[in-house]
Design a protein around this ligand. Structure first.
Ligand SMILES: [Zn+2]
Length: 319
């Protein structure tokens, strides 16, 4: 596998995300045929992000579908989401070693979904703290084996990875120090899932909310619609100028980058409420709610129906 370092200059119109003309350090790993299999870019000083593809997990994409990355301090490295499979995690680890030989002391697991955390075993050799929301162990106990089996069916036993139990739990908030760089971790209320953790790098004003932020790729609701809107409102007040979405571009301006997600979630809330009030049945609601959003999101048809179903169940109880 050949490694290369690319220094590129990009503009807002090209990236669609970065607001200024800026230099971006990008690193890539290539396979024997020269095809690029893993690439990260430095979205802010010392913050490197791999953009996940807008697909569901397949053998071909190795479940590399989430935005994952790492932050480098003076003394240590924190991984922020170890990847969607063992192989994805191994590639991320190789990407870190292209940039720095500092110890990998923390592996933050933002929530229970497999595309974010099944790469964790690739980092066990580093003996880091595996950091998660206080509710993550329970979520892993309920779903981890199911996710592992499903991923093994898709990727094969050797490439899928396994459940790693967090060793450092966040009840409300905590800080981790990478040397000259303190990351603030926040355990959120029920939102995208019931175990969402976000990270703020104060040095660069960069927020890493993982799947509390989807941009241009249809969100998936697996927690609480009303809760997600609340947490998003709180995150918008965080003093950050940039955010790294869990899915979508590697970075967006903050808080303006929350606008589309907020509009989508508010639309689902409003139109599902109307459907419930009118006595529309679930099947009809799934076909109509938030259809005005359809052209704005990749994978819309794969996720919107599920989101409406979740919202419907949540809002039925309000009647
Ligand atoms: Zn997720």
């Amino acid at each position: 596998m050949a490694d290369d370092l690319l220094v590129t200059r990009r503009h807002a119109l090209l990236s669609g995300a970065c607001a200024c003309l800026c230099s971006v350090r990008a690193f890539a790993q290539r396979d024997e045929s020269g095809a690029r299999v893993f690439a990260t870019e430095e979205v802010a000083s010392g913050i490197h992000v791999r953009r996940g593809v807008d697909e569901d997990a397949t053998a071909r994409n190795e479940d590399g579908i989430a935005n994952i990355g790492f932050i480098v301090g003076h003394d240590a490295v924190a991984v922020i989401d170890p990847g969607g499979s063992l192989i994805d995690g191994q590639r991320l680890r190789a990407a870190i070693r292209q940039v720095t030989q500092l110890p990998i002391r923390y592996v933050v697991m933002s929530h229970v979904h497999p595309d974010h955390i099944f790469g964790a075993p690739a980092f066990q050799q580093d003996h880091p703290q595996f950091v998660g929301h206080a509710r993550l162990p329970r979520a892993l106990a309920l779903r981890g084996e199911y996710y592992r089996k499903r991923l093994e069916e898709t990727l094969g036993k050797d490439r899928a990875g396994s459940v790693v139990t967090p060793t450092l739990l966040v009840q409300d908030h905590t800080e981790i120090d990478l040397g000259g760089r303190v990351l603030a971790l926040k355990a959120h209320g029920i939102a995208h899932t019931d175990c969402d953790l976000s990270v703020l790098d104060r040095n660069t004003g960069t927020l890493l909310p993982a799947d509390l932020l989807f941009v241009r790729r249809a969100p998936s609701l697996d927690g609480s619609l009303k809760g997600w809107l609340q947490e998003l409102a709180m995150l918008k007040a965080v003093p950050a100028r940039l955010a790294v979405p869990g899915h979508g571009p590697t970075s967006v301006n903050w808080p303006s980058g929350a606008r589309d997600l907020e509009r989508y979630l508010s639309t689902v809330l409003r139109e599902t409420k109307e459907a419930v009030t009118k006595g529309t049945d679930l099947d009809a609601a799934v076909k109509t709610v938030a259809q005005g959003e359809r052209s704005r999101w990749a994978l819309f048809d794969d996720y919107n129906g599920h989101n409406v179903t979740q919202a419907f169940k949540e809002l039925e109880w309000d009647q």
